[in-house]
Design a protein around this ligand. Structure first.
Ligand code: AMP
Length: 213
């Protein structure tokens, strides 16, 4: 089973495609943003340290995130592959991940790079609603009653999806995360997708790249 990284700017559709890919392969999705938000909510030590960065749309310091991910990747459900969403986000994080995977005698199998222009990202972020219960993401146009069709909980706007913070997250992505595209291109494991297309078209392109029927 593969070890997959979904790479792309905030709003590009990573969590949408993550849901289908993880179902197809029966692998867990590991999203650092979800883990951090859960720690913020539970007011853990990690949550308290990360809060100021997450709420400002800045990156949480590398050492915190790297320690968190090494812990997560050592859990039993990762033995048969996994999908990483939102990690690594800096070259240093990528190098640390490579070193960790090399110790286990492996590496990432696929880096799926979702690319879309900034206007598309801003538009998608402003239309995003998250279920306060199961955390599934929806577009506001799909759920006009503001209730999750899956679990019936209220849909909310993520605090860091508000305009100024979203703008900041896109800038931070361009400065600190975009260099990972060349990093993984040079390793020959990156495939680029035009994520400005609709969800089904992008998913069909991804399926083809992963050999899913
Ligand atoms: P996301 O849900 O992936 O957009 O992440 C939400 C926020 O969590 C980001 O804006 C960062 O503050 C923080 N975060 C998530 N992943 C990372 C990471 N790999 N490195 C640093 N900060 C992260």
């Amino acid at each position: 089973m593969p070890k997959i990284l979904l790479l792309g700017a905030p709003g590009v559709g990573k969590s949408t495609h993550s849901a289908k890919i993880t179902k197809d392969f029966g692998i867990p999705a590991i999203a650092t943003g979800d883990i951090l938000r859960d720690n913020l909510k539970r007011e853990t030590e990690l949550g308290k340290e990360a809060k100021v960065f997450v709420e400002a749309g800045e990156l949480v310091p590398d050492e915190l995130v790297i320690a968190l991910m090494k812990d997560r990747l050592s859990e039993g459900d990762t033995k048969n592959g996994y999908l990483l969403d939102g990690f690594p986000r800096t070259i240093h994080q990528a190098e640390e991940l490579d070193a960790y995977l090399a110790e286990e005698g492996g590496g990432l199998d696929y880096v799926l790079y979702l690319n879309a222009p900034k206007e598309v990202l801003v538009d998608r972020i402003s239309g995003r609603r998250i279920c306060s219960g199961c955390k599934t993401a929806f577009r506001v146009s799909e759920v006009p009653d503001g209730v999750c069709p899956g679990c019936g909980e209220e849909l909310i706007i993520r605090k860091d999806d508000q305009a100024a913070t979203a703008q900041k997250r896109i800038e931070v992505y361009n400065e600190q995360t975009a260099p990972l595209v060349d990093y993984y291109k040079n390793k020959g494991i990156l495939t680029e997708f035009d994520a400005a297309h609709d969800i089904d078209t992008v998913q069909a392109d991804i399926d083809k790249a992963l050999g899913v029927q």
